[in-house]
Design a protein around this ligand. Structure first.
Ligand SMILES: [Mg+2]
Length: 395
Protein backbone atom coordinates (compact mmCIF):
# COMPACT_ATOMS: atom_id res chain seq x y z
CA UNK A 1 0.00 0.00 0.00
CA UNK A 2 1.38 3.41 -0.98
CA UNK A 3 2.11 5.94 1.75
CA UNK A 4 -0.66 8.41 2.48
CA UNK A 5 0.54 11.86 3.46
CA UNK A 6 -1.80 14.74 4.20
CA UNK A 7 -0.96 18.43 4.47
CA UNK A 8 -3.58 20.20 6.54
CA UNK A 9 -3.50 23.98 6.21
CA UNK A 10 -5.82 26.35 8.06
CA UNK A 11 -7.61 28.80 5.78
CA UNK A 12 -6.52 32.42 6.33
CA UNK A 13 -5.73 31.33 9.87
CA UNK A 14 -4.94 34.59 11.72
CA UNK A 15 -7.81 36.44 10.02
CA UNK A 16 -10.22 33.55 10.66
CA UNK A 17 -9.31 33.59 14.36
CA UNK A 18 -10.04 37.30 14.50
CA UNK A 19 -13.45 36.71 12.91
CA UNK A 20 -14.09 33.87 15.32
CA UNK A 21 -13.35 36.05 18.35
CA UNK A 22 -15.19 39.16 17.15
CA UNK A 23 -18.62 38.54 15.68
CA UNK A 24 -18.78 42.08 14.26
CA UNK A 25 -16.15 40.98 11.71
CA UNK A 26 -18.40 38.28 10.18
CA UNK A 27 -18.62 38.58 6.41
CA UNK A 28 -16.26 41.57 6.33
CA UNK A 29 -12.82 41.84 4.73
CA UNK A 30 -10.16 41.52 7.46
CA UNK A 31 -6.46 42.34 7.30
CA UNK A 32 -4.23 41.25 10.19
CA UNK A 33 -1.12 43.35 10.64
CA UNK A 34 0.31 46.55 12.00
CA UNK A 35 -1.11 49.93 11.14
CA UNK A 36 2.18 51.84 10.95
CA UNK A 37 3.26 53.51 7.75
CA UNK A 38 5.55 50.60 6.81
CA UNK A 39 3.40 47.73 8.11
CA UNK A 40 2.86 44.53 6.16
CA UNK A 41 -0.19 42.26 6.00
CA UNK A 42 0.30 39.11 8.10
CA UNK A 43 -2.97 37.57 6.92
CA UNK A 44 -5.88 38.52 4.68
CA UNK A 45 -9.20 36.68 4.75
CA UNK A 46 -10.93 35.57 1.55
CA UNK A 47 -13.26 38.58 1.57
CA UNK A 48 -10.19 40.84 1.45
CA UNK A 49 -8.45 38.65 -1.13
CA UNK A 50 -11.39 39.14 -3.49
CA UNK A 51 -10.36 42.80 -3.68
CA UNK A 52 -6.74 41.86 -4.42
CA UNK A 53 -5.27 42.15 -0.92
CA UNK A 54 -3.01 39.33 0.23
CA UNK A 55 -0.56 38.44 2.95
CA UNK A 56 2.99 39.87 2.80
CA UNK A 57 1.69 42.87 0.85
CA UNK A 58 2.32 46.29 2.34
CA UNK A 59 -0.62 47.33 4.51
CA UNK A 60 -0.88 50.61 2.57
CA UNK A 61 -1.29 48.76 -0.72
CA UNK A 62 -3.77 46.28 0.76
CA UNK A 63 -5.90 49.13 2.14
CA UNK A 64 -5.80 50.90 -1.18
CA UNK A 65 -7.11 47.76 -2.89
CA UNK A 66 -9.59 47.01 -0.16
CA UNK A 67 -10.58 50.30 1.51
CA UNK A 68 -13.41 48.73 3.54
CA UNK A 69 -11.16 46.18 5.20
CA UNK A 70 -10.97 46.09 8.98
CA UNK A 71 -7.33 46.16 10.13
CA UNK A 72 -6.65 44.09 13.24
CA UNK A 73 -3.29 43.89 15.08
CA UNK A 74 -1.88 40.35 15.35
CA UNK A 75 -2.36 38.37 18.59
CA UNK A 76 0.26 35.66 18.32
CA UNK A 77 -0.50 34.06 21.70
CA UNK A 78 -4.12 33.52 20.73
CA UNK A 79 -3.09 32.00 17.40
CA UNK A 80 -0.59 29.73 19.14
CA UNK A 81 -3.27 28.58 21.58
CA UNK A 82 -5.73 27.68 18.82
CA UNK A 83 -2.95 26.16 16.77
CA UNK A 84 -2.25 23.76 19.64
CA UNK A 85 -5.93 22.79 19.77
CA UNK A 86 -6.02 22.17 16.05
CA UNK A 87 -2.97 19.94 16.30
CA UNK A 88 -4.52 17.92 19.08
CA UNK A 89 -7.31 17.12 16.67
CA UNK A 90 -4.72 16.00 14.12
CA UNK A 91 -3.14 13.69 16.69
CA UNK A 92 -6.41 11.77 17.01
CA UNK A 93 -5.78 10.37 13.56
CA UNK A 94 -2.06 9.60 13.66
CA UNK A 95 0.94 10.05 15.98
CA UNK A 96 2.97 11.17 12.96
CA UNK A 97 2.23 14.89 12.85
CA UNK A 98 4.92 17.30 11.69
CA UNK A 99 3.98 20.95 12.16
CA UNK A 100 5.39 23.36 9.58
CA UNK A 101 4.09 26.55 11.13
CA UNK A 102 1.23 27.63 13.36
CA UNK A 103 -1.30 26.85 10.64
CA UNK A 104 0.08 23.88 8.70
CA UNK A 105 1.12 20.32 9.45
CA UNK A 106 1.95 17.13 7.62
CA UNK A 107 0.19 13.98 8.78
CA UNK A 108 1.29 10.50 7.80
CA UNK A 109 -1.93 8.49 7.82
CA UNK A 110 -0.53 5.41 6.05
CA UNK A 111 -1.12 3.22 9.08
CA UNK A 112 -4.37 4.85 10.21
CA UNK A 113 -6.59 3.01 7.77
CA UNK A 114 -7.73 0.26 10.10
CA UNK A 115 -8.90 2.70 12.79
CA UNK A 116 -9.98 5.69 10.77
CA UNK A 117 -10.47 4.66 7.14
CA UNK A 118 -8.70 5.86 4.02
CA UNK A 119 -7.11 9.27 3.42
CA UNK A 120 -10.35 10.82 2.13
CA UNK A 121 -12.34 9.71 5.16
CA UNK A 122 -9.59 10.97 7.46
CA UNK A 123 -9.34 14.29 5.64
CA UNK A 124 -13.10 14.83 5.92
CA UNK A 125 -13.23 13.66 9.53
CA UNK A 126 -10.49 16.02 10.65
CA UNK A 127 -12.03 18.88 8.72
CA UNK A 128 -15.39 18.23 10.43
CA UNK A 129 -13.75 18.02 13.84
CA UNK A 130 -11.92 21.34 13.37
CA UNK A 131 -15.08 22.97 12.06
CA UNK A 132 -17.38 21.58 14.77
CA UNK A 133 -15.06 22.07 17.74
CA UNK A 134 -13.27 25.29 16.81
CA UNK A 135 -15.44 26.87 14.08
CA UNK A 136 -12.42 27.16 11.79
CA UNK A 137 -11.86 25.97 8.24
CA UNK A 138 -8.94 23.75 7.28
CA UNK A 139 -8.09 22.59 3.78
CA UNK A 140 -6.39 19.25 3.20
CA UNK A 141 -4.16 18.14 0.36
CA UNK A 142 -2.93 14.59 0.10
CA UNK A 143 -0.85 12.16 -1.88
CA UNK A 144 1.82 9.48 -1.60
CA UNK A 145 4.56 12.03 -0.74
CA UNK A 146 5.03 15.30 1.10
CA UNK A 147 5.56 17.51 -1.93
CA UNK A 148 2.48 16.25 -3.74
CA UNK A 149 0.44 16.74 -0.56
CA UNK A 150 1.77 20.29 -0.22
CA UNK A 151 0.91 21.25 -3.79
CA UNK A 152 -2.47 19.53 -3.53
CA UNK A 153 -3.31 21.56 -0.42
CA UNK A 154 -3.26 24.72 -2.50
CA UNK A 155 -5.77 23.17 -4.89
CA UNK A 156 -7.94 22.27 -1.94
CA UNK A 157 -8.35 25.88 -0.83
CA UNK A 158 -10.58 27.35 0.38
CA UNK A 159 -12.26 24.87 2.70
CA UNK A 160 -11.80 21.74 0.61
CA UNK A 161 -9.94 18.48 0.03
CA UNK A 162 -7.72 17.57 -2.89
CA UNK A 163 -6.15 14.12 -2.94
CA UNK A 164 -3.83 12.68 -5.55
CA UNK A 165 -3.89 8.89 -5.88
CA UNK A 166 -0.60 7.03 -6.33
CA UNK A 167 -1.40 6.14 -9.95
CA UNK A 168 -2.27 9.78 -10.77
CA UNK A 169 0.91 11.34 -9.44
CA UNK A 170 2.75 11.78 -12.75
CA UNK A 171 -0.35 13.16 -14.43
CA UNK A 172 -0.64 15.65 -11.55
CA UNK A 173 3.04 16.64 -11.30
CA UNK A 174 4.33 16.83 -14.82
CA UNK A 175 2.19 19.72 -16.13
CA UNK A 176 3.18 21.85 -13.11
CA UNK A 177 5.10 25.02 -13.80
CA UNK A 178 8.34 25.27 -11.86
CA UNK A 179 7.16 28.10 -9.64
CA UNK A 180 4.36 25.89 -8.35
CA UNK A 181 6.91 23.45 -6.94
CA UNK A 182 7.83 24.07 -3.29
CA UNK A 183 11.55 24.67 -2.92
CA UNK A 184 12.09 26.01 -6.43
CA UNK A 185 13.25 29.57 -5.92
CA UNK A 186 13.79 32.30 -8.51
CA UNK A 187 17.45 31.34 -9.08
CA UNK A 188 16.69 27.68 -9.83
CA UNK A 189 13.74 28.72 -11.96
CA UNK A 190 15.92 31.04 -14.02
CA UNK A 191 18.60 28.42 -14.55
CA UNK A 192 15.99 25.92 -15.71
CA UNK A 193 14.34 28.45 -18.01
CA UNK A 194 17.75 29.00 -19.59
CA UNK A 195 17.83 25.25 -20.25
CA UNK A 196 14.42 25.48 -21.93
CA UNK A 197 12.59 23.89 -19.02
CA UNK A 198 9.29 25.40 -17.88
CA UNK A 199 7.46 22.41 -16.38
CA UNK A 200 8.27 19.39 -14.23
CA UNK A 201 7.41 17.15 -17.19
CA UNK A 202 10.12 18.84 -19.28
CA UNK A 203 12.56 18.50 -16.39
CA UNK A 204 11.79 14.77 -16.21
CA UNK A 205 13.19 14.35 -19.73
CA UNK A 206 16.61 15.76 -18.83
CA UNK A 207 19.65 13.80 -17.78
CA UNK A 208 19.85 13.75 -13.97
CA UNK A 209 23.65 14.14 -14.13
CA UNK A 210 23.27 17.36 -16.09
CA UNK A 211 20.71 18.62 -13.57
CA UNK A 212 23.13 17.95 -10.74
CA UNK A 213 25.86 19.83 -12.59
CA UNK A 214 23.62 22.85 -13.18
CA UNK A 215 21.64 22.94 -9.94
CA UNK A 216 23.84 21.16 -7.43
CA UNK A 217 22.25 19.00 -4.77
CA UNK A 218 18.69 20.08 -5.54
CA UNK A 219 18.96 18.78 -9.14
CA UNK A 220 18.58 15.06 -8.43
CA UNK A 221 15.85 15.77 -5.88
CA UNK A 222 13.81 17.68 -8.45
CA UNK A 223 14.39 14.94 -10.99
CA UNK A 224 13.10 12.33 -8.57
CA UNK A 225 10.09 14.48 -7.76
CA UNK A 226 9.32 14.89 -11.47
CA UNK A 227 9.06 11.09 -11.60
CA UNK A 228 6.91 10.97 -8.48
CA UNK A 229 9.66 9.78 -6.14
CA UNK A 230 9.51 11.57 -2.80
CA UNK A 231 10.56 9.50 0.18
CA UNK A 232 10.87 12.29 2.72
CA UNK A 233 9.21 11.05 5.87
CA UNK A 234 6.88 12.83 8.21
CA UNK A 235 9.17 13.15 11.18
CA UNK A 236 8.37 12.00 14.65
CA UNK A 237 9.14 14.78 17.13
CA UNK A 238 10.55 12.53 19.84
CA UNK A 239 13.55 11.44 17.80
CA UNK A 240 14.74 14.79 16.57
CA UNK A 241 18.02 16.47 17.39
CA UNK A 242 16.57 19.90 16.66
CA UNK A 243 13.18 21.52 16.25
CA UNK A 244 12.67 24.26 13.72
CA UNK A 245 10.02 26.38 12.08
CA UNK A 246 10.53 28.82 9.24
CA UNK A 247 8.76 30.60 6.44
CA UNK A 248 9.52 32.21 3.13
CA UNK A 249 7.92 35.59 2.54
CA UNK A 250 6.21 36.32 -0.77
CA UNK A 251 7.89 39.71 -0.84
CA UNK A 252 10.99 40.96 0.91
CA UNK A 253 10.40 41.99 4.48
CA UNK A 254 12.39 44.68 6.23
CA UNK A 255 10.33 45.96 9.16
CA UNK A 256 11.41 44.73 12.55
CA UNK A 257 7.80 44.34 13.71
CA UNK A 258 7.02 41.94 10.85
CA UNK A 259 10.19 39.94 11.39
CA UNK A 260 9.42 39.79 15.09
CA UNK A 261 5.85 38.60 14.47
CA UNK A 262 7.22 35.76 12.34
CA UNK A 263 9.90 34.93 14.92
CA UNK A 264 7.28 34.81 17.70
CA UNK A 265 5.05 32.54 15.64
CA UNK A 266 7.93 30.18 14.87
CA UNK A 267 9.13 30.20 18.48
CA UNK A 268 5.65 29.29 19.75
CA UNK A 269 5.49 26.44 17.24
CA UNK A 270 8.89 25.13 18.30
CA UNK A 271 8.04 25.50 22.00
CA UNK A 272 4.78 23.66 21.62
CA UNK A 273 6.52 20.78 19.90
CA UNK A 274 9.13 20.66 22.65
CA UNK A 275 6.52 20.51 25.36
CA UNK A 276 4.67 17.80 23.54
CA UNK A 277 7.85 15.77 23.27
CA UNK A 278 8.73 16.51 26.90
CA UNK A 279 12.05 18.12 26.04
CA UNK A 280 13.92 21.34 26.81
CA UNK A 281 16.78 22.75 24.77
CA UNK A 282 19.49 25.34 25.33
CA UNK A 283 20.69 26.38 21.88
CA UNK A 284 18.57 28.96 20.07
CA UNK A 285 19.31 29.47 16.38
CA UNK A 286 17.97 32.27 14.24
CA UNK A 287 18.23 31.68 10.54
CA UNK A 288 17.50 34.04 7.74
CA UNK A 289 18.06 34.50 4.07
CA UNK A 290 18.57 38.05 2.81
CA UNK A 291 16.69 38.90 -0.37
CA UNK A 292 18.37 39.80 -3.63
CA UNK A 293 20.90 37.91 -5.67
CA UNK A 294 24.57 36.99 -5.38
CA UNK A 295 26.06 36.42 -1.97
CA UNK A 296 22.87 37.73 -0.39
CA UNK A 297 21.17 34.41 -1.17
CA UNK A 298 23.15 32.52 1.38
CA UNK A 299 21.41 31.26 4.44
CA UNK A 300 22.70 32.95 7.59
CA UNK A 301 22.50 31.16 10.93
CA UNK A 302 23.26 32.67 14.33
CA UNK A 303 23.18 30.64 17.52
CA UNK A 304 23.44 31.28 21.22
CA UNK A 305 23.07 29.07 24.26
CA UNK A 306 20.73 29.89 27.11
CA UNK A 307 21.82 29.52 30.70
CA UNK A 308 18.80 27.32 31.40
CA UNK A 309 17.16 24.85 29.02
CA UNK A 310 13.71 25.98 27.96
CA UNK A 311 10.48 24.98 26.25
CA UNK A 312 8.98 28.47 26.48
CA UNK A 313 8.16 30.29 23.25
CA UNK A 314 8.68 33.76 24.76
CA UNK A 315 12.19 32.87 25.92
CA UNK A 316 13.06 31.44 22.52
CA UNK A 317 11.67 34.37 20.54
CA UNK A 318 13.35 36.93 22.79
CA UNK A 319 16.73 35.26 22.30
CA UNK A 320 16.17 34.94 18.55
CA UNK A 321 15.33 38.65 18.31
CA UNK A 322 18.46 39.50 20.33
CA UNK A 323 20.45 37.58 17.74
CA UNK A 324 18.74 39.61 15.03
CA UNK A 325 19.30 42.92 16.80
CA UNK A 326 22.99 42.06 17.29
CA UNK A 327 23.54 41.64 13.56
CA UNK A 328 25.71 44.40 12.08
CA UNK A 329 23.39 44.76 9.10
CA UNK A 330 19.64 44.27 8.76
CA UNK A 331 18.99 43.52 5.11
CA UNK A 332 15.50 42.85 3.72
CA UNK A 333 14.64 39.20 4.26
CA UNK A 334 13.18 36.49 2.10
CA UNK A 335 13.16 33.76 4.74
CA UNK A 336 13.22 33.67 8.52
CA UNK A 337 13.24 30.72 10.90
CA UNK A 338 13.91 29.68 14.47
CA UNK A 339 15.46 26.47 15.72
CA UNK A 340 16.10 24.94 19.10
CA UNK A 341 18.69 22.24 19.79
CA UNK A 342 20.94 21.11 22.61
CA UNK A 343 18.66 18.78 24.52
CA UNK A 344 19.04 17.34 27.92
CA UNK A 345 18.25 13.70 28.56
CA UNK A 346 14.62 12.65 28.47
CA UNK A 347 12.65 14.20 31.27
CA UNK A 348 9.17 14.23 32.67
CA UNK A 349 7.63 17.32 31.08
CA UNK A 350 5.00 18.13 33.71
CA UNK A 351 7.49 18.17 36.58
CA UNK A 352 9.86 20.61 34.95
CA UNK A 353 7.39 22.79 33.17
CA UNK A 354 6.42 25.25 35.85
CA UNK A 355 9.74 25.70 37.59
CA UNK A 356 11.60 26.21 34.38
CA UNK A 357 9.08 28.50 32.75
CA UNK A 358 9.23 30.71 35.80
CA UNK A 359 13.01 30.79 35.98
CA UNK A 360 13.24 31.47 32.30
CA UNK A 361 10.59 34.18 32.34
CA UNK A 362 11.92 36.05 35.38
CA UNK A 363 13.49 38.87 33.43
CA UNK A 364 10.97 38.66 30.64
CA UNK A 365 9.98 42.17 29.60
CA UNK A 366 7.27 40.97 27.23
CA UNK A 367 5.08 39.30 29.85
CA UNK A 368 5.04 38.42 33.50
CA UNK A 369 6.06 34.94 34.57
CA UNK A 370 2.56 33.96 35.71
CA UNK A 371 1.01 34.89 32.37
CA UNK A 372 3.63 32.87 30.47
CA UNK A 373 3.17 29.94 32.79
CA UNK A 374 -0.58 30.19 32.40
CA UNK A 375 -0.32 30.14 28.64
CA UNK A 376 2.07 27.23 28.60
CA UNK A 377 0.03 25.20 31.02
CA UNK A 378 -3.14 26.01 29.07
CA UNK A 379 -1.43 24.67 25.98
CA UNK A 380 -0.23 21.61 27.83
CA UNK A 381 -3.60 20.94 29.45
CA UNK A 382 -4.78 20.20 25.98
CA UNK A 383 -2.06 17.58 25.65
CA UNK A 384 -3.12 16.07 28.93
CA UNK A 385 -6.71 15.85 27.76
CA UNK A 386 -5.51 14.26 24.59
CA UNK A 387 -3.70 11.61 26.58
CA UNK A 388 -6.86 10.68 28.48
CA UNK A 389 -8.76 10.58 25.20
CA UNK A 390 -6.34 8.03 23.84
CA UNK A 391 -6.79 5.80 26.87
CA UNK A 392 -10.53 6.00 26.55
CA UNK A 393 -10.51 5.14 22.90
CA UNK A 394 -8.15 2.24 23.50
CA UNK A 395 -10.38 0.69 26.15
MG1 LIG B 1 -2.81 28.59 5.98
Amino acid sequence: MAAAILLADMDAFFASVEQLDDSTLAGRPVLVGGSGRRAVVAAANYEARRSGARSAMSMAEARRRCPHAVVVPPRMKRYAELSARVREIFYRFTPLVEPLSLDEAYLDVSDSRRLHGGPLEIAEALRSAVRDELSLAVSVGGGPGKTVAKIASRRAKPDGVFLVAADEVLEFLQPLRLREVPGVGPVTERKLHEMGVATLGQLAELDPGLLEKKLGKSGPGLYDLAWGRDRRRVSNDRERSSYGSENTFNDDVEQREVIEAAVIAHSETVAWRLRRAGRCGVTVTLKYRPSGSGEGWRLVTRSRSLAVATDDGAVISREAMRLWDDEPRHPPLRLVGVQLAGFEAERAPQLDLFGEAEVAARDDVAGSAPSRTALNSALDDISARFGRGVLKRGA
